[in-house]
Design a protein around this ligand. Structure first.
Ligand SMILES: Cc1cc2nc3c(=O)[nH]c(=O)nc-3n(C[C@H](O)[C@H](O)[C@H](O)COP(=O)(O)OP(=O)(O)OC[C@H]3O[C@@H](n4cnc5c(N)ncnc54)[C@H](O)[C@@H]3O)c2cc1C
Length: 478
C-alpha cells in the first residue's frame, strides 16, 4: 500500500468542500475526490441559494440544529471568502386563513431559537410592496438571506487548497474496501488509501454506504424546477418571499439571487436519481403559484429554466460515524436546508475527525481570500489603473454581465482551476446573462484554449469527455 491519506472526502458539493476547508486547517493529509469536472456540480449548483433562518425545521432535528448554527457561520464565511451574499431577510406570506400556519411557524422559530416577527399587511407592504392583494400577514426572519451556492463551494475548495488540501476531479469512486486499519478507495482514475473516509456523495450517498458495508438507507429524490429572470427584474424583488410551507417543502418562492437575478420556484416532483429535466407541468405549477404571493410576476423576463434534485433519506439528515464500519463517516440525505447547514455540518465532522486522529491546528492558515476585483464593481479610475497594469482588463468578454478577459484568465488560474466553459461561468458569470453565452461562449473557449495550451476542439462546455463544443475546424474538413 502506497501513501495513506488521513482523510478522503467523497463528493465536492457544499458539504464536502466545507468539510475539506475545515479539515485543511489541521496538520492532516486530506483529499477530496469528485466525479465531475468541478466542485458544486450537482445539487449545490442548482438550488434556491437561500440562507434559511431555521424557523420551519422540526425542533430537535439535525436539520434544526445545523440550520441555525450554519446560518451564523455562513454569513462569516461568505464575507471571509468574498462570495456574493446579501442578508436581505425573508417573509412567509399568508392570507387570513393562514393565521394558524403563521402562528405554528412562530412557535417553531421560538423552539429553534430563531428571531422572527409577525407582521400585518401594512408592515409587510412597507418591506415588500409587490405582495399579492389578498395577503394579510407575514412572518419576517431577519437572519435569512441569499448567497451564491456554487461560488461558496468553489471558495471553500480554493481556501482548502491554499491551506494544503488536495482535490481530485473527474474521479468517480467505484468501490471502498477495508484493508487492515485503512480504507482502499477505488476510483475511475486510480486507487487511494485513507484512515478515515467521509461520505458526502449527495445523490449517491446511500450507494456509497452500501459500497463500504455501512448502514443501508432507502433514498427518495424530488426535483425542483425554476424560472430564472433577467437582472432588470431584480429592482422589483427586495426579499425572499415564501408561501406557507406544506408537507412537500417550503413551497414556491420568489427571491432575488446573490448574482443579481430573480428566481421563481422550486417545485417538488417525486422522481429518479439524475433526473434534472424540467417538465412543462412543473413549470405550469410555478406559473399558477407565484401570483398567489407576488402580484407582478414577469415570466416574460425569463432567461433560462433550470432544476435541481433533492436527495432525501427519511425525515432528517444522516450525519455521523457508521456503527458498522468504524472510521467511515456519513453526511448524506442532505436536502434543504443543506446549503445553509453546510458550514455547521463541516465543523461537526471536523470535530469527529480531529478527536480520532492525532492532529494539531496549523499555524498561519489562510483565513480570508483576497477581495476579487470585478468590472461590475469598479469605478472608472480603478478600471483605468487596472488596464494600465494589464490590458486584459480593457477587453470585455461577456457584454451582458460585463466580464473582462482578465477575470476569465484569473478563473482559469485560480487555486482550483476552471478548465471548462461552465466552470468559467460559475466563477465569473460570463454566459449567465441575457444572451446565455451566445456572444461570449466562443471567446471564453479561445481563452481557455490559449491559457491551457489545448486545441479549441478539446475545450469542453462542462462535464464529460463528450461535452466538447467544437468538433473540428471547418476549413480542415476533407
Ligand atoms: C431544488 C432545491 C432547492 C434547494 N434550496 C436550498 C436553499 O435555498 N437553501 C438551502 O440551505 N438548501 C437548499 N437546498 C439543499 C441544498 O442544495 C443541498 O442540501 C446541498 O446542495 C447538498 O450538498 P451535498 O454536498 O450534500 O450534495 P451535492 O451538492 O449533490 O454534492 C455531492 C457531490 O458528490 C459527487 N459524487 C456523487 N457520487 C460520487 C462518487 N461515486 N464519486 C465521487 N463523487 C461523487 C457529485 O458529483 C456531487 O458533486 C435545495 C436543494 C434543491 C435540490
Amino acid at each position: 500500500m502506497g501513501k495513506i491519506f488521513d482523510v478522503i472526502i467523497v463528493g465536492g458539493g457544499i458539504v464536502g468542500t466545507a468539510t475539506l476547508d475545515r479539515l485543511a486547517r489541521y496538520d492532516l493529509d486530506v483529499l477530496l475526490v469528485e466525479k465531475s469536472d468541478d466542485v458544486a456540480a450537482f445539487s449545490t449548483r442548482a438550488n434556491s441559494g437561500i440562507v434559511h433562518a431555521g424557523y420551519d425545521c422540526e425542533p430537535g432535528t439535525l436539520k434544526a440544529k445545523f440550520n441555525v448554527l450554519g446560518n451564523a457561520l455562513l454569513w462569516k464565511d461568505a464575507e471571509d471568502l468574498d462570495v456574493e451574499h446579501l442578508k436581505c431577510g425573508s417573509i412567509v406570506v399568508a392570507k387570513e386563513d393562514g393565521k394558524e400556519g403563521i402562528a405554528r411557524l412562530a412557535e417553531k422559530a421560538k423552539a429553534n431559537g430563531v428571531e422572527v416577527e409577525v407582521w400585518d399587511r401594512q408592515k409587510t407592504l412597507e418591506f415588500e410592496p409587490n405582495i399579492a392583494d389578498d395577503i394579510t400577514m407575514s412572518l419576517y426572519a431577519k437572519s435569512a438571506g441569499i448567497v451564491s451556492p456554487y461560488q461558496l463551494a468553489i471558495a471553500y475548495a480554493d481556501r482548502a487548497i491554499l491551506n494544503g488540501a488536495s482535490i481530485l476531479l473527474e474521479s468517480e469512486v467505484k468501490a471502498i474496501n477495508k484493508k487492515g486499519e485503512a480504507f482502499e478507495v477505488i476510483t475511475s482514475k486510480g486507487n487511494y488509501s485513507a484512515k478515515v473516509v467521509i461520505n458526502c456523495a449527495g445523490e449517491n450517498g446511500a450507494g456509497l454506504n452500501d459500497m463500504a458495508g455501512a448502514e443501508h438507507y432507502d433514498t427518495e429524490y424530488r426535483r425542483g424546477d425554476y424560472f430564472i429572470l433577467d437582472n432588470v427584474e431584480r429592482k422589483n424583488v427586495h426579499t425572499v418571499i415564501f408561501p406557507l410551507p406544506t408537507k412537500a417543502g417550503k413551497g414556491i418562492l420568489v427571491a432575488p439571487t446573490a448574482d443579481g437575478n430573480v428566481i421563481y420556484g422550486p417545485t417538488s416532483i417525486a422522481t429518479q436519481k439524475d433526473d434534472t429535466a424540467s417538465s412543462l407541468a412543473s413549470l405550469d405549477e410555478i406559473r399558477r403559484n407565484v401570483p398567489l404571493s407576488y402580484k407582478t410576476p414577469a415570466f416574460n423576463k425569463c432567461i433560462r429554466i433550470y432544476s435541481g434534485l433533492r436527495t432525501i433519506i427519511g425525515h432528517d439528515f444522516v450525519i455521523g460515524e457508521s456503527k458498522l464500519v468504524p472510521n467511515f463517516i456519513m453526511a448524506i440525505g442532505i436536502c434543504s436546508p443543506g446549503l445553509t447547514s453546510a458550514p455547521a455540518i463541516a465543523e461537526h465532522l471536523r470535530d469527529l475527525v480531529t478527536s480520532k486522529l492525532n492532529c494539531q491546528r496549523k499555524a498561519n492558515t489562510v483565513e480570508q481570500l483576497p477581495k476579487t476585483k470585478r468590472l461590475m464593481s469598479l469605478d472608472e479610475k480603478e478600471l483605468n489603473a487596472l488596464v494600465a497594469e494589464d490590458e486584459a482588463w480593457g477587453r470585455i468578454v461577456c457584454r451582458c454581465e460585463k466580464v473582462t478577459e482578465a477575470e476569465v484568465v484569473r478563473a482559469i488560474h485560480s487555486p482550483l482551476p476552471a478548465t471548462t466553459v461552465d466552470a468559467v461561468k460559475r466563477r465569473t458569470r460570463a454566459g449567465m446573462g441575457r444572451c446565455q453565452g451566445g456572444f461570449c461562449g466562443p471567446r471564453v473557449m479561445e481563452i481557455i484554449s490559449r491559457e491551457l495550451g489545448i486545441p479549441l476542439e478539446k475545450v469542453r462546455k462542462g462535464n464529460g469527455e463528450d461535452s466538447n463544443i467544437a468538433v473540428c475546424k471547418v476549413k480542415e474538413v476533407k
